[in-house]
Design a protein around this ligand. Sequence first.
Ligand code: SF4
Length: 320
Amino acid sequence: MMQGEILLEIKGLKKYFNLGHGRVLKAVDNINLKIKKGETLGLVGESGCGKSTAGRTIVRLYEPTEGSLIFEGEDITGLSGSRLKPFRRKLQMIFQDPYASLNPRMTVGDIIGEALDIHKLARGAGRQERIVELLRLVGLNPEHANRFPHEFSGGQRQRVGIARALAVEPQLIVCDEPISALDVSIQAQVVNLLKELQNRLGLTYLFIAHDLSMVQYISDRVAVMYLGQVVELADSLELYAKPLHPYTKALMSAIPVADPDEAAKRERVALQGDTSGAIDPVPGCRFQPRCPVAKEICRQQEPEYREVKERHFVACHLVV
Ligand code: SF4
């Protein structure tokens, strides 16, 4: 696959939830992103920033409130039923808690087989062979097909979730915090498996996480989300070496550093307050109530999201 071609374009995407009594949660509020074929785009931010809702809206588990999703040049936003089905196959998701997303009463073989059946991808002996092939692909054994999800460890269950997603030969996988619930020792194994599968199968990932160090490791580019909006986007190395948005700087300063000399040199930016403002965002910059360098203009005017240097986008009045 050629890197650089756009696989999915997300234009002005919004997902609002009506909470009743006139209150609206603006979980995703005007996101614009282009995901290139074969890349991993990281999407990071604190819990409650809307990153998981964005992922679910992108794979059409949620209906977008506004905006469009252009997949390989085709607008899939308004599609439903049989016209949406082929795209559902191309856009898959793996979840933070594989246990909750796997039917406990089905064997692993049936769980993977069900995905094949829905899209009529294999039958009879071919179906069984494909299940075995998928189990091997994710580092499990053919015998695992007869077991139930509760018989597996957390890491193994995540492998089952990956095999189920791969069964339908997707092009884009939204990985929603796929390692957050796993032991640290297992996290790297699952991330390495995802990388290996990407190389073998030419997959594209949207990798959602709050753990910045793991996102840096797996991502080609990283987008930082704050209260429903993307506030910074850059190549992974650039973002980690030269973050520009005050929020990104605060997130970066919280990453633990192994080297004590390096840690002593680091300026830690403490974030006050929380992310509850998505229901009733403040005027101007949404980060302003927590921003350590906010100015008067930040209270009055929403900063424009723009390219400040090549391939580096940011929404902040103070970044010129
Ligand atoms: Fe802080 Fe103002 Fe930049 Fe917002 S626009 S991040 S409040 S400096």
